[in-house]
Write a protein that binds this ligand. Sequence first.
Ligand code: SF4
Length: 451
Amino acid sequence: MREDVNEKCAVVGIFGHEEASRLAYFSLHALQHRGQEAAGISASDGEKLRIIKKRGLVMQVFDEDALSTLRGSSAIGHTRYSTAGDDSILDAQPVFARYDLGEMAIAHNGNLTNAEEVRGRLIKKGAIFQTFMDTENLIHLIAKSEEDKLTPRIIDAVQKIEGAFSLVFLSRTKMFAMRDRFGFRPLSLGRLSNGGYIVASETCAFDLVGAEFVRDIEPGELLIFKEGREPKSIKIFEPTPKHCIFEYVYFARPDSLVFGQSVYQTRKNMGKELSKIKPVDADLVVPVPDGGVPSAIGYAQESGIPYEMGIMRNHYIGRTFIEPTQEMRDLKVKMKLSPMTDIIRGKRVVVVDDSIVRGTTSRRIIRMLKEAGASEVHMRVSSPPTTDPCYYGVDTPDKDKLIAANMTQDEICEYIEADSLAFLDEDSLLRSVNTKEDNYCTACFTGNYIV
Ligand code: SF4
């Protein structure tokens, strides 16, 4: 259960459906786990772009009246996670602008690593920014490009940015979808039952609206959607895949296909690998819900130790307040997770979680299990120690707050008050996601940053 690492956003685009904004709305529901602070949809009826965005969950931002104003057969949408203090409605997306070629809206998942440099150059040339979002750089780059049409302007603009970006753009008559050359963040293409198209951060959105998965948008690829023709693909960058492996570890929903693979199956594989390399003599395997569930199932299947839901999660807490202090964070864990005392009492428990970031949540969970009568608690983590922050679209604490960057494994074990502690190693993690090639980013486990 992560309170300390958050995917920053999700994006969706619908093209060629008369209920485009409604489909975007349902898709954003499916993608809500990637951001709960704000949501927005921009739709086009071919003549005008309309936009609604607000702070809040998707269902709080939109109602029937709001959706009925978002007319047209194309729409893009966004859900946003924002860090404490960064809660302005101005920072909700899509970002909308009027410029010399008309109107455009952009939704972005990722993080531009040269955003400050680009912004500084634009400001020197007289650009005025309304937000702190790196996405706004793109609006200015497109508006200021000397190309005379939108497609070459988008190509011109994305060649000036670096880092992680899965983007959807909407103009009055076209929709565009694009991934950076490394493909850090996922973006998939699906076909709607009426022949229209959907692009989304995760395929769980396709399932909800009855769309069929077609393929991932390739790293470095720009897809252009225009009425009456098949999507046109342009390779902007030579693909150099470095997909975010943390999508498999924690972010993506288990029922999604991400980077071409089932998230659920890869998580189960992680649990199996963990059981092979870090076995322990115990009576029960218990997941930390929800993130640890598939890997705990894998651990139990491989080890033969019975699997039990020894911890219940209260799903109705949500992000109701910011937790500035450790005491508040501890209280929130208590509100969220409760032990199944009858199952735990007197048992040697293997507790499986997806990752350890600060260590405070793990300590609280282990204390809770021991208070519930567990005779031993062995912590097994289905990813390697998180030693470095992410610069590619994931909100992580600074390095000095990452427990694995500041303590040895034995010290962490003592800190979280476990009887034993073991992590998955990098090779086993890569084996779990079925790759022999070096096409994943693992920088938060290794410090090997790509850009
Ligand atoms: S640093 Fe970690 S979280 Fe960030 S993109 Fe790489 S693997 Fe994903």
